[in-house]
Design a protein. Structure first.
Length: 164
């Protein structure tokens, strides 16, 4: 299994061709694109690559500036990858509440293997946070043991657990 950690200077560089190469990589285990600007076309290309990475366990997309549209693309793919991903970092991407629906659906998958998920600073608002917290509570696999999300979700989740 192959890890891939990319670090590119803060200047804008299109990485579409690198992301396109992911479609030919069937042994990738770790993918870290932290601090790399991913606009909507990059997110779409990344989704195509992620579909082919059957061994991917670790995905770090922190601070990639994906916004709501790009994040919706990525999180809809994560929903399909939840049975093999173990670590997911989507901190600081201004995802918005729509992405929370896909993340919540991924967490509800009975075969979900995600044990660490980082979602801080994503403008999930109360509805998105509530949906993810309910998904965490509703997951019956018991594998979600090291879950880290933004402060609102943690507070809400703890309140829900005490009320149950």
């Amino acid at each position: 299994m192959i890890p891939l950690y990319l670090s590119i200077n803060r200047s804008f560089i299109s990485i579409l061709s690198i992301l396109g190469a992911l479609t030919n990589n069937f042994n990738l285990s770790n993918l870290s694109l932290q601090d790399i600007y991913l606009d909507e076309p990059c997110c779409l290309q990344l989704c195509n690559g992620l579909a082919q990475c059957n061994t991917l366990k670790y995905l770090n997309l922190e601070n990639c500036h994906m916004g709501a549209s790009g994040s919706a693309l990525i999180t809809s793919r994560v929903r399909n990858l939840s049975s093999r991903l173990q670590y997911l970092n989507l901190n600081n991407n201004s995802m918005g509440p729509i992405a929370a629906i896909y993340i919540g659906e991924a967490l509800l998958n009975e075969n979900c293997t995600i044990h660490t998920i980082r979602l801080a600073n994503n403008d999930l608002i109360e509805d998105g946070g509530s949906f993810i917290a309910k998904s965490l509570k509703g997951n019956l696999s018991g594998k979600l043991y090291n879950t880290y999300v933004n402060i609102y979700i943690c507070t809400y989740e703890c309140d829900m657990m005490h009320d149950a």
